[in-house]
Design a protein around this ligand. Structure first.
Ligand code: CP
Length: 364
């Protein structure tokens, strides 16, 4: 196992120097590595081999943290020369539009020397002729080693998985979940404040987390919140700003037992100046249609945010997130999106059982 000192020899300054996002906060992956003071735990990461990632419970707190540490190493070190996914083939089947998720998964595979079969639009599959998703899944078995799926219907994933023997990764299923987005989100937060992964976080370093949106029917917000519960020791208070009276729906069984204070409000102005982190999203799936958060909750410079607060957003954005925030240090959302490729590189390498090819996990 690589110790903390020798771990830093795998950090390539010229790789770190490459800016991943053009505006907003720049996150340094070595901050996370230095805080950990050790290499990612190979035995924990090995558990992910062959596993499907359909909902947040498919990745534990410990696995999340180790994946983020591995992703930080992959961000700091050009691993392409080790060909981690050589000979592996991944299907990305997207039955709903995507900019970030599909392309960052595909970028991750290609940068690790794997191959992609891309379905960027489900209408080019036999489903347009009435073929069942179960039959599509059956076909996938002989075409690839892993499947990444997005679908606008919550139950579609289950149907596609009926005859599928390969690991499947949920890239967003209707108003269900978006579990790898939550991993991407926490990868950004742990690079911003690595101590959030600790079991004992000093009282003055705990965060007041604000969510503007509705976890009950916004999948990215839901997955982020469910993952946040794993990091309860780092959270002082959660405030959910929503136009709905019950924004949680059935997401949380018992908000009273989370270990931090929870507040629900429909007014953002009074709470914004108290927040360390604001997570927002605009798109809620309501049956077959979308509902967009209006300008009522728009975030913009001078809108009450603290100067040291950070704003997260899974994107795509609409009016709720002013482009005027892009140039400010409160913009964590571009760095959040930029980290997706590295987090997904780490996840794919673990699920496809190719960790042994990474020199920083196995070198003496
Ligand atoms: N964050 C996210 O899911 O973005 P896309 O819809 O572009 O994939």
């Amino acid at each position: 196992m690589v110790n903390s000192t020798s771990l830093m020899r795998f950090v390539q300054p010229e790789v770190i120097a490459r800016r991943t996002n053009s505006r907003g906060l720049q996150l340094d992956p070595t901050v996370l590595l230095r805080h950990a003071k050790r290499a990612p735990k190979l035995d924990v990461l090995r558990r992910l081999a062959g596993r499907s990632i359909c909902e947040h419970t498919d990745v534990s707190r410990e696995e999340t943290i180790e994946l983020c540490r591995l992703a930080a190493l992959m961000e700091a070190n050009d691993v392409a020369g080790h060909h981690p996914l050589d000979g592996k083939l991944v299907i990305t089947a997207f039955f709903e539009a995507s900019t970030r998720t599909r392309l960052s998964f595909e970028s991750a595979v290609l940068r690790l020397d794997g191959k992609i079969l891309s379905v960027p639009d489900g209408s080019v599959t036999g489903t347009a002729k009435g073929e069942s998703l179960a039959d599509v899944g059956e076909m996938f078995n002989s075409y690839a080693d892993l499947v990444v799926v997005r679908h606008p219907e919550t139950d579609a994933l289950r149907e596609l998985a009926t005859g599928l023997d390969l690991p499947i990764i949920n890239a967003g299923n209707g108003s269900g979940e978006h579990p790898t987005q939550a991993l991407v989100d926490w990868f950004a937060l742990l690079k911003w404040r690595p101590e959030l992964a600790d079991r004992n976080v000093a009282a003055d370093r705990k965060i007041h987390l604000g969510i503007i949106g509705t976890p009950g029917n916004m999948r990215a917000v839901k997955s982020f919140l469910l993952r946040a519960v794993d990091f309860a020791p780092a959270i002082r208070k959660l405030t959910v700003v929503s136009e709905m009276a019950d924004p949680f729906g059935n997401v949380l069984d018992d908000a009273d037992r989370l270990g931090f204070e929870v507040e629900i409000t429909n007014e953002s102005a009074p709470v914004l100046p108290t927040l360390d982190v604001v997570y927002m999203n605009s798109i809620a799936l309501l049956g077959d249609s979308y509902h967009l958060l209006g300008e009522q909750y728009q975030l913009h410079p001078g809108g009450g945010l603290r100067p040291d607060a950070v704003v997260m957003h899974p994107l795509a954005r609409r009016e709720e997130l002013s482009t005027k925030l892009d140039e400010t240090p409160q913009n964590l959302y571009f760095a959040q999106a930029a980290g997706a490729t590295y987090l997904r590189q780490a996840l794919l390498t673990a699920v496809l059982d190719r960790l042994e090819r990474l020199p920083f996990l196995t070198a003496e």
